[in-house]
Design a protein around this ligand. Structure first.
Ligand code: MG
Length: 319
């Protein structure tokens, strides 16, 4: 493909228009400060199995994502999705570090890996005090380079998302991996920690607790914690909960609003926990991320497909 055409198509991807995929649009009710009246949800990827871990790659202006159940890590190019790793070790959450290296949670290897500039994978962590992690699910990288991640057991109990195995750890923790390699438990109070995101000032950490996904009565809540000295958590409180489904992946915008992937689509709260509304998706949303050149597009992973919508806000990383 000629470079000029790629460039044009890449711009089209950033605008949420992908010629190769037929767009199915739906009208959206306005949410003040978030989406305007009639904002259109557009399908940008289809034919997946369970799309997850979306993250915008600013170097290439493309969306990187996992298809957990297809066991692949992909990049959404202007003319379709291309595998980055196939198989991916049942990759789930993804994030770029300050050096632009992709850090990925792997269910199968029960580890965090980082892809170096030459393509090699570095295992960042796979054990805590000699015992294997459960199945790292999602992560947030702080400005100081520490990687905060959740380690529920879904990758050990859902055969389509990993390999059935008994856990070695006595709990399901939120961990902080220091740049020097030190691994600490920062929260042990959640039943199945899942989505994780910092407020824009990194003074608050939001973590979803999703034991309701185990098919029994369980939690479907988002908890907030104060981040103390960049190293530990304090003052845990219930931030929000949902009535059905679970709040899976989390995202924040530049104004500190919290976005959760839910069975409604994206559910959005103000920083003080007031429900602002929903961006409806055609199927349960598992994770979401801001992207596009200006950080104003919200990408929503909805099972087999990924959708995008233009917002009137922008991701915290673009603040
Ligand atoms: Mg998750």
């Amino acid at each position: 493909m000629a470079i000029d055409r790629r460039h044009v198509l890449r711009g089209a991807l950033a605008a949420g228009i992908v010629a190769a995929v037929p767009a199915r649009a739906a009208r959206q009710a306005a949410i003040p400060g978030v989406v305007g009246e009639g904002a259109r949800l557009v399908e940008v990827h289809a034919g997946g199995r369970w799309c997850e871990g979306p993250v915008w790659d600013r170097r290439t202006s493309t969306l990187v994502f996992s298809d957990v159940r297809a066991n692949r890590l992909l990049r959404l190019e202007p003319d379709g999705a291309r595998p980055i790793r196939d198989p991916s070790g049942f990759a789930n959450g993804n994030a770029f570090d300050r050096q632009g290296r992709l850090v990925t949670c792997e269910h199968l290897g029960r580890r965090l890996v980082r892809q170096e500039a030459d393509g090699r994978l570095t295992v960042l962590v796979d054990r805590f005090r000699g015992r294997r992690l459960n199945a790292p699910n999602d992560l947030a990288i702080a400005l100081d380079g520490a990687i905060w991640f959740t380690d529920p057991t879904f990758g050990l109990t859902q055969p389509e998302e990993g390999r059935m195995a008994p856990p070695e750890l006595p709990g399901r923790y939120v961990f902080r991996l220091d740049p020097d390699g030190t691994l600490d438990v920062v929260a042990d109070s959640l039943e199945q920690p899942n989505g994780i995101v910092f407020s824009p000032d990194e003074r608050t950490l939001y973590v979803s607790d999703t034991s309701a996904a185990d098919g029994r009565e369980g939690r479907r809540a988002i908890h907030a914690f104060d981040v103390v000295g960049r190293r530990r958590l304090a003052r845990q409180r219930l931030f929000a909960d949902v009535e059905t489904g679970i709040p899976d992946g989390l995202e924040v915008d530049a104004a500190g609003r919290v976005f959760a992937a839910t069975d409604r689509g994206a559910t959005i709260w103000s920083p003080d926990g007031a429900l602002l509304g929903h961006i409806a998706t055609p199927a349960t949303c598992g994770n979401l991320a801001f992207g596009g050149a200006d950080g104003q597009r919200l990408f929503l992973c909805c099972g087999a497909s990924i959708h995008a919508i233009g917002t009137t806000t922008r991701g915290a990383a673009w603040a």
